[in-house]
Design a protein around this ligand. Sequence first.
Ligand SMILES: [Zn+2]
Ligand SMILES: [Zn+2]
Length: 87
Amino acid sequence: MTPEMIEKLWERSGGKCECVRAAHNHPGGRCNAELVKEMMDKSDAGGWKVCRLFMTGNENLNAVAIYCNGCYQQLPSVLQKEDRYGA
Ligand SMILES: [Zn+2]
Ligand SMILES: [Zn+2]
């Protein structure tokens, strides 16, 4: 994940959590929790992470999404490890 890709992802998200997991029961289907750009990989309020939604051969913006900490922590732990993009 390059800084440019993260920049594009952030723009796409509109600064809000992109999680659409049905299991989370988000009203309206998407979480939309407000995030703070500088809080990437932080666990405080406004923090967020880039999650890989499915495996592809290449790094692909369609295969990743910005998740708030609340959604991220509900992912299976195996995903949390593999999907982590370090700063
Ligand atoms: Zn969320
Ligand atoms: Zn969620």
